[in-house]
Design a protein around this ligand. Structure first.
Ligand SMILES: [Fe+2]
Length: 269
């Protein structure tokens, strides 16, 4: 699967509350939804939605009981009922790529909080055919910060693992490079060893939370991860964690990197 183009003008922008520093410091922000055309999707798949770093909550006026849900918990039904039909896209056969960091503290008074993101995965799973993705460095799935989630079969949580969904060969590596004594972190060596082992198999999509830098576009990321993916060449990488001005980069050797930090990209033929 290759991305042919991404329209720089969003098809929609979802207003949401972004956390500030201190009580009452939150502010309204906008999540852009971008439209992208790919060369082909597997049979039976009409659209793939890719997102990461949905670190915010819905606005009070949009909350069903006045308590703002996580942005990613509120988003799937809007995508399914308003946004996809609004641009003439089929809402049957929709897959989802989640690249991590889907939590924000309920009081919206602190950035970079960690917490339970099961409700976000489940909300996407309630609206769409399947979800595949990885954990960000701030995501937990229940009380134990290192425990993997227990999800129904159509939600594919990958941590240093692979899945074959509708013929797409997908590899996923969650967390970031960092101090391995902290949750969701691997050392340089651990991370690159896992990545190399995953990419020894043919890979259509690699989903990571951390990810390669893009020296040509001047976008942040890991040169170490870039070296591995340029050598072992998955067709497409979907990543979050670091915000890039441009959503799409092309590395040497032709590997495409789709950065979905704080944005949603809707991929279709
Ligand atoms: Fe992150």
């Amino acid at each position: 699967m290759r991305i042919l183009s991404i329209d720089p003008d969003p098809i929609a922008e979802i207003p949401f509350l972004n956390a500030g520093r201190g009580p009452g410091g939150f502010y309204e922000d906008r999540l852009p939804i971008l439209d992208a055309v790919v060369d082909r999707l597997p049979d039976g798949v009409s659209v793939i939605i890719a997102a990461a770093d949905l670190q915010g909550r819905e606005r009070f006026q949009d909350s069903p009981n006045g308590v703002p849900r996580l942005l990613g918990e509120a988003l799937p039904s809007r995508l399914a009922t308003e946004i996809l039909p609004g641009v003439g896209l089929d809402t049957g056969g929709v897959g989802v790529f989640l690249a991590g960091d889907l939590y924000t503290v309920p009081a919206l008074d602190r950035r970079g909080g960690s917490g339970d993101v099961r409700a976000v995965w489940e909300a996407f799973g309630d609206e769409f055919s399947w979800v595949v993705g990885v954990a960000g460095n701030h995501d937990t799935f229940g009380a134990d910060p290192n425990a993997p989630p227990r999800f129904p079969r159509h939600l594919h949580y990958l941590d240093n693992d692979r899945a074959n969904i509708d013929g797409l060969k997908i590899a996923g590596l969650g967390g970031i490079i960092g101090n391995p004594r902290r949750p969701r972190r691997r050392s340089d060596e651990q991370y690159t060893e896992c990545l190399e082992a995953l990419l020894r198999h043919r890979t259509d999509i690699l989903i990571t939370h951390d990810g390669p830098n893009d020296p040509i576009g001047g976008h942040h990321g890991s040169p170490l991860i870039r070296e591995v993916v340029e050598r072992l060449r998955p067709s497409l990488i979907v990543r979050g964690h670091a915000h890039w001005k441009q959503p799409l980069a092309r590395l040497s050797g032709g590997v495409q990197v789709l950065n979905v930090d704080a944005r949603v990209v809707v991929l279709h033929e």
